[in-house]
Design a protein around this ligand. Structure first.
Ligand SMILES: [Zn+2]
Length: 240
């Protein structure tokens, strides 16, 4: 069971890398994966391109049958009403999902379409690898919030819209003036600073501190040092 949920999470990662909400899905028949998919709502600009709907289409094509009554579906997030409807219409045998969705879940998290209709035979089991699945979603939304605070994605890179106050560890207040263009941001100290600053990195970047350029991974960057007034930190986001 966990083996297939791991596969669904691998698919979810593909969605995350493409900038879509990280939901991935696999459909299993006789112990074999017959379809895989991930959320492509942003990529395809299609409101119905949820992982489950895409996987169901693919499985039906592979089996030359709209009935998937011997198939089980694994997805890292509780299906929404649209996907639950597709699963019911495909007459799937079982659904295994990871994290509950209290807002849009249609398998018990918010509503339960599977128990609503008397003819439905699909058996649903939620909370599989729940911690990992929840973390996948939480990490995605945290990164999205940070990115929104700092930069807006454009056709050819990032336009910096703001920079939240840098967090300071073991030091006094860090005061910057901020200047930016399409893909880079320059922070200029407005008074001398000694200590450690933590800067959120919405994506990987090259950061120049004291004349030294280093690659910084997505997440957060900790910079320790003694900075004089007007000294700069330059951040160039990598284009993807
Ligand atoms: Zn859905």
């Amino acid at each position: 069971m966990n083996k297939f949920m791991q596969e669904a999470l691998k698919e979810a990662e593909k969605a995350r890398l493409a900038g879509d909400i990280p939901v991935g899905c696999v459909i299993v028949k006789d112990g074999e994966i017959i379809a895989r998919s991930y959320n492509e709502r942003e990529a395809k600009k299609a409101p119905t391109a949820h992982a489950e709907c895409i996987a169901i289409e693919r499985a039906a094509k592979a089996l030359h049958d709209w009935r998937l009554s011997d198939c089980d579906l694994y997805v890292n997030l509780e299906p929404c009403a649209m996907c639950a409807g597709a699963i019911i219409n495909a007459r799937m045998r079982r659904v295994y999902f990871g994290a509950y969705d209290g807002e849009y879940g249609a398998a018990g998290g918010k509503i339960d379409l599977f128990t609503e209709f008397s003819g439905v035979k699909t058996c649903v089991l939620g909370g599989i690898m729940e911690k990992e699945c929840e973390k996948t979603m939480e990490d995605f939304f945290l990164a999205l919030r940070q990115r929104k605070e700092i930069a807006e994605k454009t056709e050819d890179g990032y336009r910096i819209t703001a920079y939240r106050d840098a967090e300071v560890k073991d030091g006094e207040e860090a005061v910057f003036s901020v200047s930016c263009n399409e893909s880079s941001i320059s922070l200029c100290f407005q008074k001398a600073f000694l200590g450690e600053i933590i800067l959120p990195m919405p994506q990987s970047a090259y950061v120049t501190v004291k004349g030294e350029k280093q690659k910084a991974a997505e997440g957060e960057l900790k910079i320790k040092g003694n900075f004089s007034n007007q000294e700069r930190i330059n951040i160039e986001f990598e284009k993807n």
